[in-house]
Design a protein around this ligand. Structure first.
Ligand code: FES
Ligand SMILES: [Fe+2]
Length: 405
């Protein structure tokens, strides 16, 4: 993030704190509860956003070296992502050209080649068919025509993007717009993967996204956890096309009040949370980024899951301050990082997603026709109106102001 932008964000947060204000969308919006329960809408979202739109499947750190790979079934089809000896990121349908068996079953690792478990046809990291056992018995196999089916794949700004549609094209710069230079500024490509976790949740996928869309709930839902370190209901908010950035207000922001502005580092007082259309939250802060990818379970309105990946900036392991802090707590930096991410994951799983799944049951109950997004929840306004626009739907209904408080 450019330094002048860091200063603008911190100044904005301090102003909200001092004046007792928050971001203000200017009005409330009504979202019909059918947005969370309608099977037809879920089918359209699945087709448009999860089959027909580029997807972030990880960070560069998920393919840390030549010959590393990972697999994904998150988009309802088996995908194999590789980094070949040439360092290039590639993606394929993880489907053997012989009889269709899934070629690579492991979640991640390193391999020289990928060998199908059924009859041992073998493919390299560029998807080329490089081995067919007993070809003299089987018959000649045209290598050229029997590579793994390739998917469009781009590695940019430390993020791995894949289109689930073979032959599709996508323009990342157009998708990211003004956000691209800021993403680039974090140097995410230098991160190291530090574990991950999957949560399955009985709720619409958009309810999981919604939990990341405001800090109005911090002092209630997270009163014993995040509220210890964050000022709830105080944030800065900016949009970048279909994407957005929230800056959450950490209590440590008060330390910046006595520092000259040219020494301000936004991460000392704020936690940037990026939403990347259609389903990604990228949280940049602390010892490194956290990537949360939220998926519907196919075209099912009522079931979804989150893939959470933890990454660290490698310098944190060598950082003197971090080491001293860990030693005072009687642990290694490594152990402290594991504890921290377990805590983070627990808050999402045990607090946010519990409340969100409860909201799904409320939506299914028939008690409500709509839910309401407040003036202080502009990320929810933007997110819901953005996906509606992408599906050719009308914007959400504005609630006429009854009376200003
Ligand atoms: S199905 Fe893969 S080698 Fe036969
Ligand atoms: Fe939360």
């Amino acid at each position: 993030m450019r330094h002048e932008e860091q200063v603008r964000v911190i100044e904005g947060l301090l102003r909200h704190l001092d004046e007792g204000t928050n971001v203000d969308a200017g009005h409330q919006l009504r979202n019909p509860v059918s947005a969370y329960t309608c099977g037809d809408l879920a089918a359209r979202e699945w087709e448009s956003f999860f089959q027909g739109h580029p997807q972030v499947l990880g960070l560069s750190a998920d393919l840390p070296e030549p010959r590393s790979f990972f697999t994904s079934g998150d988009l309802g089809k088996p995908i194999l992502c590789t980094r070949a000896d040439d360092g290039e990121f590639r993606a394929f349908l993880n489907v053997c050209r012989h009889r269709g068996t899934i070629v690579e079953d492991a979640e991640r690792g390193t391999r020289k080649n990928f060998q199908c478990p059924f009859h041992a046809w073998t493919y390299d990291h560029q998807g080329a068919l490089v081995g067919v056992p007993k070809e003299s018995h089987f018959g000649k196999v045209d290598r050229e025509c029997n590579s793994l089916v390739s998917l469009p794949a781009v590695e940019r700004y430390g993020l791995l993007w894949v289109s689930p549609e073979p032959g599709a094209t996508f323009d990342l710069d157009a998708l990211l717009g003004d956000l691209a230079p800021e993403l680039e500024s974090w140097g995410l490509e230098r991160c190291v993967r530090h574990g991950g976790v999957r949560y399955d949740h009985p709720m619409n996928w958009k309810l999981a996204i919604d939990t990341f869309g405001e800090t109005y709930h911090f002092n209630a839902l997270h009163r014993n956890t995040l509220a210890n370190d964050f000022y709830g209901n105080v944030q800065m908010y900016d949009t970048y096309g279909r994407n957005h950035r929230m800056a959450l207000c950490m209590k440590s922001i008060d330390d910046l009040r006595t520092k000259p502005r040219d020494e301000w580092n936004v991460l000392q007082g704020a936690l940037p949370v990026y939403y990347l259309f259609p389903n990604v939250q990228l949280i940049v802060g602390g010892p490194g980024p956290t990537l949360v990818r939220v998926y519907p379970d196919g075209p099912d309105a009522n079931q979804s899951f989150s893939q959470v990946g933890f990454y660290i900036f490698p310098e944190i392991l060598e950082n003197e301050g971090a080491r001293a802090f860990a030693e005072r707590a009687g642990m290694t930096v490594e152990a402290m990082l594991v504890m921290r991410q377990q805590g983070f994951a627990t808050i999402i799983q045990a607090e946010d997603y519990v409340a969100a799944a409860s909201g799904h049951r409320g939506a299914q109950s028939g008690a409500l026709e709509h839910v309401t997004f407040g003036r202080n929840e502009p990320a929810l306004h933007h997110y819901h109106n953005t996906y509606r626009e992408a599906l050719g739907m009308e914007p959400l209904e504005v609630v006429e102001a009854a009376q200003d408080l």
